[in-house]
Design a protein around this ligand. Structure first.
Ligand SMILES: NC(=O)c1ccc[n+]([C@@H]2O[C@H](COP(=O)([O-])OP(=O)(O)OC[C@H]3O[C@@H](n4cnc5c(N)ncnc54)[C@H](OP(=O)(O)O)[C@@H]3O)[C@@H](O)[C@H]2O)c1
Length: 359
């Protein structure tokens, strides 16, 4: 009995240490950790404990008739993002592969906001063909597009390949959102020009991007890895999300397009992406850590802040955590690597789809 109790104590201590290390690793320094844990507001006036509802309260003077596409809105952070944007009067387009789940989210939002306009369209972000189909359906609706939230995320535990034969996590999180953005960009640029309202794109990344070393960021290896490591594949895709945002921000500036694109780390939230990791260690870790994690309402705040707040108008090519600009890794900030990645992705898509992507 005593041995068993000692074993339990050692396990609990181990889990607490592990969780603490993760929190430390997810914040830039000790000051950042204290700020995170205490929810101390940063320059924006918001912090880790701010919710998406709170950070969009100043949005009463939003331009009318805004439309947003929110990927991954069937659960977790995306569902909360869609709810709060809809509450602020934004028309929501929900691309989803599970249409029943999407209909349920729509129903929940409309219970709270009966006037919310929500359109559901089919998409599988791991498939180029499906993304093309979604975009042509969306474009045929002939509605404006002001906001694009690239939020959907996959964390594939084992090596799986998409129908285009690319590693599943990289295909869904990065390649899918890259193609989606490219196919919708012209629409966004036109909408911004016609309405004089800045178009906004938010790439939902993760602090885990900073775990990737340069020699593990090789395009062809990420498409078809020889030795699969699930966490590494996820981190690579999240690093690619930031580089995509940074490169596109530069390109938009160069052509004077009124489009801002930023990336965010939403915080650690117990959503589907983490719930998939079943097991006693993960479960006990989340039980112990529940006070250190964010709620979904807090997890959606940085995305909503960048999508709607007047304070972030004109801000582009930046990385945000807890609604404040933050530092991403040196590799994520490497302009030449970002440009190289963009060219490689464009070449891949061009080769596969024979689709013209901007020069
Ligand atoms: N939770 C965290 O702690 C955390 C931390 C850092 C970053 N993030 C990022 O936050 C974003 C949202 O994740 P979450 O935590 O809210 O996870 P989640 O609850 O699992 O939501 C993921 C969403 O992505 C959708 N999705 C996955 N694969 C798709 C595909 N092939 N086609 C279309 N949709 C697909 C899912 O749709 P289905 O309903 O069909 O599965 C779901 O709506 C992700 O980008 C994630 O990387 C999360």
């Amino acid at each position: 009995m005593l041995k068993f109790l000692i074993y339990i104590c050692v396990c609990i201590f181990g889990v607490i240490t592990l969780v603490w290390k993760i929190v430390i690793k997810c914040t830039p320094n000790m000051k950042g950790t204290v700020r995170y844990l205490a929810g101390i507001p940063g320059q924006s006036g918001y912090g880790s404990k701010s919710t998406a509802d709170q950070v969009t309260q100043d949005c009463s003077s939003l331009p009318p008739n805004l439309t947003a596409i929110v990927t991954g809105a069937t659960s977790g952070i995306g569902a909360e993002t869609a709810r709060v944007l809809a509450k602020r009067g934004v028309k929501i387009v929900m691309p989803a592969r599970d249409l029943k789940k999407a209909a349920q989210v729509k129903e929940n939002i409309q219970k709270e906001c009966p006037k919310a306009e929500i359109i559901i369209l089919d998409i599988d972000l791991s498939s180029f063909a499906s993304i093309r189909k979604f975009c042509s359906e969306f474009l045929s609706l002939e509605i404006p597009l002001n906001i694009l939230i690239n939020n959907a995320g996959k964390f594939s535990h084992k090596l799986e390949f998409s129908e285009d034969k690319f590693e599943m996590t990289f295909a869904t999180n990065y390649l899918g959102h890259f193609l989606l953005t490219e196919l919708l960009l012209e629409k966004m640029i036109d909408t911004a020009r016609e309405t004089s309202v800045q178009g906004r794109i938010v790439n939902v990344s993760s602090v885990i991007h900073s775990w990737v070393k340069k020699d593990h960021f090789e395009f062809n290896r990420m498409l078809q890895p020889k030795h699969y490591n699930a966490t590494r594949a996820y981190a690579q895709s999240k690093l690619a999300n930031i580089m995509h945002a940074n490169e596109l921000a530069k390109q938009m500036k160069a052509i004077n397009a009124n489009i801002a694109i930023n990336s965010v780390h939403p915080g650690i939230v117990k959503t589907g992406i983490i719930r998939d990791h079943k097991g006693i260690i993960t479960d006990s870790m989340f039980f112990v850590a529940s006070k250190l994690l964010k709620s979904t309402a807090q997890g959606a705040s940085t995305t909503c802040y960048l999508a709607l707040s007047s304070k972030t108008e004109g801000v582009t090519g930046r990385y945000f955590v807890d609604c404040n600009e933050s530092r991403c890794s040196a590799l994520a900030n490497d302009d030449s690597e970002a440009h190289k990645l963009w060219k490689q992705t464009r070449a891949l898509i061009h080769k596969r789809l024979r689709t013209k992507i901007r020069p």
